[in-house]
Design a protein around this ligand. Structure first.
Ligand SMILES: NC(=O)c1ccc[n+]([C@@H]2O[C@H](COP(=O)([O-])OP(=O)(O)OC[C@H]3O[C@@H](n4cnc5c(N)ncnc54)[C@H](OP(=O)(O)O)[C@@H]3O)[C@@H](O)[C@H]2O)c1
Length: 460
């Protein structure tokens, strides 16, 4: 893709490619020139790109998503048309989802994009590019699933409105938007999440209660258990979907959306033949048509004011794409992420090495909320040259520190309060004093801790 002198960008992208040793890796690159059919289509300046689980798979070179390599991932884009297309004038704000982007042709993790004209839909005026991409394919998929389930619910049986609705993988992008959309439609929603930190967010989005997936596996081996769910939106698959199916009420409806927890489905026919349960597969990439997508976007715009105050949306620059993809594949991400391809990252660090209190092998550090953190900015806890230790922040377990890694970093934005306490447990070095009164420096063998405030700046 040629650079243009229109101020659109300097033509950069996140490029996933196969290395000489056969492994697949990504890096920030100058824009690549699309070839063949991928070169056809109007030019779009990408202002924001949604980050979906599929994009994380593409970043890892998963052959089911990355159909070609090298590849620019990114199945969702919001930006501005630079050439008239799809009945829209140059300068029109647009959204683009699916249609092979980030799979078979260069995707949205780039400053410029050439999507097929039939993929282009006008962006509702109420949605900024970033807001549109906080919704993106995840939001479209949720609306599709809700519509499919409404159409599939058998008449004259249990009404889907009466019972509880289950949403699995609820801390993820699709999960959080499903909780919000179902609650907005008047459903009683039970959100399933492994992450304690997600519970208050899910409640604010409209969940009546939040449960751990382990609570759904009761009476193992029984093909049916007491019916509870009028409807299910499942983003996890595997044993969690199988457990949910056993507890669906007669006439209940289930949408199978994802496979973040596994692709196998060990179930029986009993939910279907004894309770008339309907299992609907949802494929947002194949459906709907351009006209249907154009009709779904105003509905998403209507949902946004309800979602926006509570949905965690992490902003990323291109050089942060690889780390976020890894976090998504580990199931560690919370909410949605949006890539701003033209942004650069500015980091400001607050040193936490001093003022620790020690009791035996336990180290505590209290600190207030960092000042000057603005909406859209991220606060990361970082340790350079960490030692081996376990750690909690405000009672929530963080990934362990490992002495064999040069650095450790974790997004703690959603965990921070006005007063915060970091508690680190580590075996004492042989011969070291076990107690030390007052406030002291954290020993160097445990690492150099800091809070890093990350902001994204787009130069005029
Ligand atoms: N069918 C479609 O058209 C369509 C469209 C969009 C997305 N999807 C699929 O829907 C799924 C969710 O997408 P997303 O964008 O919401 O992803 P996401 O943000 O990464 O969320 C996935 C969530 O699944 C849960 N999870 C449970 N077990 C997991 C495991 N072993 N590894 C990773 N996560 C696990 C986690 O939630 P907790 O920690 O809260 O349990 C995680 O946050 C993905 O499989 C994606 O491919 C399908």
């Amino acid at each position: 893709m040629n650079e243009r002198g229109d101020g659109a960008s300097s033509g950069r992208c996140w490029l996933v490619e196969r290395r000489a040793d056969g492994s697949v890796a990504g890096r920030v690159s100058r824009a690549i020139e699309p070839r063949g059919a991928a070169a056809a289509g109007p030019l779009v300046r990408v202002e924001a790109a949604g980050f979906n689980y599929k994009d994380a798979l593409a970043c890892s070179g998963h052959p089911g998503v990355a159909r070609v390599l090298p590849l620019v991932p990114g199945i969702d884009a919001a930006g501005t048309l630079l050439e008239a297309a799809a009945g829209l004038a140059a300068g029109a704000p647009v959204v683009i989802t699916g249609n092979g982007l980030g799979e078979a042709r260069p995707g949205a993790f780039a400053t410029l994009l050439r999507p097929p004209a039939e993929a282009i839909v006008p962006r509702p005026p109420a949605l900024s590019a970033r807001a549109a991409m906080a919704l993106g394919t995840a939001g479209l998929t949720v609306l599709l699933a809700i519509d499919r389930l409404a159409a599939a619910a058998p008449r004259g049986q249990h009404s889907p409105r009466d019972g509880e609705w289950l949403v699995t993988g609820a801390s993820g992008g699709v999960g959080m938007l499903a909780v919000a959309a179902l609650a907005a439609a008047g459903r009683t929603v039970v959100a399933v999440s492994r992450k304690p930190a997600a519970a208050p967010i899910l409640t604010a989005l409209g969940a009546a209660s939040v449960v751990h997936p382990d609570t759904l596996g009761g009476e193992p081996g029984k093909p049916l258990v007491r019916g509870r769910w009028a409807g299910v939106i499942d983003t996890v698959g595997g044993s969690l979907l199988a457990d949910a199916l056993r507890a669906v009420l007669p006439g209940g409806v289930v949408a199978a959306i994802g496979m973040a927890g596994g692709v196998e489905l060990a179930t029986t026919v009993y939910p279907f033949i004894l309770r008339g349960v309907t299992l609907c597969g949802i494929d947002a990439a194949a459906l709907p048509t351009q006209a249907e997508r154009a009709a779904l976007w105003p509905r998403l715009a209507g949902l946004w004011p309800r979602v926006q105050p509570h949905l965690p949306v992490t902003t990323l620059a291109l050089d942060e794409v690889g780390d976020w993809a890894a976090a998504l594949l580990r199931g560690a991400a919370l909410g949605r992420a949006v890539v701003l391809p033209a942004a650069r990252v500015e980091r400001h660090a607050i040193n936490l090495a001093g003022a620790w209190e020690r009791a035996g092998d336990v180290w505590r550090r209290s600190f207030g909320r960092p000042t000057g953190v603005e909406a859209g900015e991220t606060v990361r806890l970082v340790f350079t040259t960490p030692g081996d230790a376990s750690m909690t922040l405000n009672g929530v377990a963080l990934p362990a520190l490992r002495g064999d890694a040069p650095a450790w970093s974790h997004d703690v934005t959603a965990l921070l309060g006005d007063r915060n306490e970091l508690v680190l447990s580590a075996d004492a070095l042989p011969g070291a004093a076990t107690d030390a009164p007052g406030r002291i420096e954290l020993p160097r063998h445990l690492g150099q801790p800091a809070l890093e405030i990350v902001s994204h700046v787009i130069d005029p």
